[in-house]
Design a protein around this ligand. Structure first.
Ligand code: 6PG
Length: 242
């Protein structure tokens, strides 16, 4: 695991953009495609806009396939949709084609959407249980959740390599999320976390004893150990070791 701390969220986002492009070029050279699971929320917006603005020529974007580590169970036109944010900030500006976009179908029921997404990934990787994304881009909530792996929820102990749907009391909404075993198959995993408000959650994940019910992001322990935290100084401010 690596922890990289930057003066600002802009610097952290730019460093992650460099990492994203380097990882993508490696994947495309090795396997012809770059399969990336995007995170949602607001943190990655800067990164997406940066990639679309400054890295258009640094990666064969027509060879990048986009998945989501989790999705809010809302229409794709809803302002809370992780898909919509990525579409506006990244996919449309880079003219990403529909065949490269694997969005959660929230027109189905939550459980059908999750089952359909699991099948989509199994078809993409031509396997039931080996679904190794090239890159997982993850965020962190101030309650130490990542993707939609929220504290004290049933999905935390789900050992299946799959996508699940659940109602999250804490946010009073249905979510669809990759399970930790699926996320942990990724070849590379990054967290992009910035702001003082996340500092305690970052400390909990990285320095507290393992307690996945309280600190779900501790579940993210990629099988190959390749995880990098991109933090600004504010988010790293409560870490005792940097
Ligand atoms: C989501 C995300 C979630 C997010 C964190 C941080 O759908 O909300 O996937 O895991 O990364 O909640 O969100 P912010 O970046 O908005 O703080």
């Amino acid at each position: 695991m690596a922890i990289r701390v930057f003066k600002s969220s802009e610097e952290a986002s730019r460093a992650l953009a460099e990492y994203f492009v380097a990882t993508g070029n490696e994947a495309i050279a090795a396997r012809g495609r770059f399969a990336v699971a995007l995170s949602g929320g607001s943190s990655p917006k800067k990164l997406f806009e940066l990639l679309a603005a400054d890295y258009r020529d640094q990666l064969a974007w027509d060879k990048v396939d986009f998945f989501w580590g989790d999705e809010r169970y809302v229409p794709h036109t809803d302002p809370n949709s992780n898909y919509l944010m990525a579409k506006k900030a990244l996919l449309d500006p880079l003219d990403i084609q529909p065949a490269q976009i694997f969005a959660v179908d929230t027109s189905l029921s939550p459980s059908e959407a999750a089952a359909a997404y699991t099948r989509t990934m199994q078809r993409y990787f031509d396997s039931e249980n080996s679904l190794p994304l090239d890159l997982d881009l993850l965020g962190l909530g101030d309650n130490a959740h990542t993707a939609s792996l929220f504290p004290h929820t049933s999905v935390l102990t789900d050992e299946s390599v799959s996508v699940q749907a659940l109602y999250i009391e804490e946010v009073q909404a249905n979510r669809v999320t990759m399970t930790a075993p699926l996320l942990n198959q990724a070849r590379a995993t990054v967290f992009l976390v910035y702001g003082e408000g996340k500092a305690e959650a970052v400390r909990q994940i990285l320095e507290e004893e393992r307690d996945i019910q309280r600190y779900p992001a501790q579940l993210i322990q990629p099988e190959n150990g390749n995880v990098t935290w991109f933090l600004d100084e504010a988010a790293a401010s409560k870490l005792t070791q940097k």
